[in-house]
Design a binder for this molecule. Structure first.
Ligand SMILES: Nc1ncnc2c1ncn2[C@@H]1O[C@H](COP(=O)(O)OP(=O)(O)O)[C@@H](O)[C@H]1O
Ligand SMILES: [Mg+2]
Length: 239
C-alpha cells in the first residue's frame, strides 16, 4: 500500500475547478510538485492533510481517509504551510515545545540544533522574527516527531540565498536517512533538481506530467535542465 493514494480527486469552489480527476500515489522518495500559481498544488496538499474534503474521488493517507480520520492521519505528517502563521507572543522554542506536546513526542534536540537554524532566534519572541526566521521555525515544527510523511508547501519562500542552500541540504540529509515520503511544492526548479526523485507537473487542476526526474528531463529538456523541461511542457518560452 502506498503512503498516499488519490483516485480521481476533484475539488470545486463554486465555479472554480481547483482539482480535476487527480490520480497520484506517493511512496518513499522526494516528490516535486510544480505548476503555475492557482494550478491546485495547495488544494491537493490540504486534501491530503484532511483539511478539505474532495468534491468527488477518494484519497487514502496511511490507508485512511484523512478527512474522517483527521487527527490520526495529521499526527503522522510533518507539514510546512504555504503561509506560516504562529503566535507572536511566544518564543520559537516554546512554540516547538508546544507542538511536541501536541504530538506527544519529545522535542528531539537534533531538530532544534539543525543546521537550518543558525543563530539564537529560537529564544526570541516570534513577533520579532524576520520572514526567513518564521520560515525556518515552520520547517523545524514540521520535523518534530520524525514523521514518515513530510509535506513542504513552498518551503523556500522568504528564505535568503544561504537559507535556500541550507534547505536543500536539510532535505538531502532527511532523504539520505531513507524511509520517508517528502512532497515539496515549489517554483524554484534549480533547487528541486537537486533533491527530487519524481516530478509532478500540475496545470489548471490537472496532472499534465509525472515521471522520475531523470526521465522527465530526458523526455522534455533540450539542455538537460529541469527548468528547460518545465518551460517546454508548459508551452512557454525556451529558456
Ligand atoms: N478556499 C478557497 N475558496 C475558493 N477558491 C479557492 C480556495 N482555495 C483555493 N481556491 C482556488 O483554487 C485554485 C487552486 O488554488 P491553489 O490550490 O491554492 O493553487 P496553487 O497552490 O497551485 O497556487 C485557485 O483558482 C484558487 O483561487
Ligand atoms: Mg499554493
Amino acid at each position: 500500500m502506498s503512503v498516499v493514494e488519490a483516485f480521481n480527486v476533484s475539488k470545486r469552489f463554486g465555479k472554480i475547478i481547483a482539482l480535476e480527476n487527480v490520480n497520484l500515489s506517493f511512496n518513499n522518495g522526494v516528490y516535486g510538485l510544480v505548476g503555475p500559481n492557482g494550478s491546485g498544488k495547495t488544494t491537493f496538499i490540504r486534501i491530503m492533510l484532511g483539511l478539505q474534503k474532495p468534491s468527488s474521488g477518494r484519497i487514502l493517507v496511511f490507508g485512511k481517509d484523512p478527512f474522517y480520520s483527521h487527527d490520526e492521519v495529521f499526527s503522522k505528517i510533518g507539514y510546512l504551510r504555504e503561509k506560516c502563521a504562529f503566535p507572536k507572543w511566544v518564543t520559537g522554542i516554546d512554540y516547538l515545545r508546544h507542538v511536541a506536546k501536541l504530538k506527544q513526542v519529545d522535542l528531539d534536540q537534533n531538530v532544534i540544533h539543525h543546521s537550518v537554524v543558525k543563530g539564537d532566534f529560537l529564544e526570541r519572541k516570534i513577533g520579532t522574527y524576520s520572514a526567513g526566521m518564521v520560515q525556518r521555525l515552520g520547517l523545524l515544527q514540521a520535523l518534530i516527531g520524525d514523521p514518515s510523511l513530510i509535506i513542504l508547501d513552498e518551503p523556500s519562500t522568504n528564505l535568503d540565498p544561504l537559507g535556500r542552500v541550507e534547505m536543500v541540504k536539510l532535505i538531502q540529509e532527511i532523504k539520505r536517512h531513507g524511509g520517508k515520503s517528502i512532497i515539496v511544492s515549489t517554483h524554484i526548479l534549480e533547487e528541486l533538481e537537486q533533491i527530487c526523485d519524481f516530478i509532478i507537473v500540475m496545470d489548471k487542476g490537472k496532472i499534465i506530467a509525472q515521471d522520475t526526474l531523470g526521465k522527465f528531463i530526458k523526455s522534455f529538456s533540450l539542455d538537460g535542465t529541469l527548468v528547460n523541461a518545465y518551460a517546454r511542457i508548459m508551452g512557454g518560452a525556451q529558456v
